[in-house]
Design a binder for this molecule. Structure first.
Ligand code: PGA
Length: 252
């Protein structure tokens, strides 16, 4: 089944409101209404409303970098899925390895967040990936399999269709080291096999992005693999020229 490629920029903790709106204007001009590839950007929370406004009329979609699983209440510092929907967010990155490493995210909190995102009518991008030590110990598929099953546990297969997976080997994030196309395809195929177990035929329509030092130079080759359906891009998404080149790479 042909899946539309999906490229999302994860801006992490970068850019003021003015810088963020300037960047998306450049992206919108660069894409010039071309909707062959699904494109989203994930700015910091404080820029979401301004970026939503700057993107009005553009096919570029808005994503958030995290969410809390409760809808409201005494949860100081948190933001809920309905509040993200309220400012125009369509996708929410859940379980990024930086959240797992630095902020105590677990497969259980990922599962709760995925449920909250879906309940608000938004689409989760669920991140999974092994540490270098885990890869070297030959445990990559075990670790990724546990994260996929844990993060998606209990979801009915109809709901699973709204999910995007992102395979991001932790050793490749922000390091300049990219997984080889063969390493990426091997894990993506394993993820797809698990999705098939969980959701049957729906697995064929779920996009699995690759993330970890995606650059204009390697994007096209990575995304040419059978089960690599797009990219989650950190560093290279902060410059319009590089991000646009990566999006073009999805078309080849
Ligand atoms: P990177 O980050 O492209 O800077 O390696 C990817 C990510 O963390 O999503």
């Amino acid at each position: 089944m042909a899946r539309q490629k999906f490229v999302c920029g994860n801006w992490k903790l970068h850019k003021t409101v003015a810088e963020a709106t300037a960047l998306v204007k450049e992206l919108a001009e660069g894409l010039a209404g071309d909707a062959r590839v699904q494109v989203a950007v994930a700015p910091v929370f404080t820029s979401l409303p301004a970026v939503a406004q700057a993107l009005a009329g553009s096919p570029i979609q808005l994503a958030a970098q995290d969410v809390h699983w409760e809808t409201q209440g005494a949860f100081t510092g948190e933001v809920s899925a309905p509040l993200l929907a309220d400012v125009g967010v369509k996708h929410v990155i859940v379980g990024h390895s930086e959240r797992r490493q630095f902020f105590g995210e677990t497969d259980e909190t990922v599962r709760k967040k995925v449920g909250a995102v879906l309940a608000a009518g938004l689409r989760p991008i669920v991140c999974v990936g092994e540490l270098l030590a885990e890869r070297e110990a030959g445990r990559t598929l075990d670790v990724v399999g546990r994260q996929v099953r844990g993060g998606l546990a209990g979801l009915p297969s109809a709901t699973l269709a709204a999910v995007t997976l992102a395979y991001e080997p932790v050793w490749a994030i922000g390091t300049g080291k990219t997984a080889t196309t063969a390493q990426a395809q091997e894990v993506h195929a394993a993820i797809r096999a698990i999705l098939r177990e969980l959701g049957g035929a729906v697995a064929d329509s779920i996009r699995i992005q690759y993330g970890g030092s995606v650059k204009p130079e390697n994007a096209a080759e990575l995304m040419s693999q059978a089960d690599v359906d797009g990219a989650l891009v950190g560093g290279a998404s902060l410059k319009a020229k590089d991000f646009l080149a990566i999006v073009k790479g999805a078309l080849r």
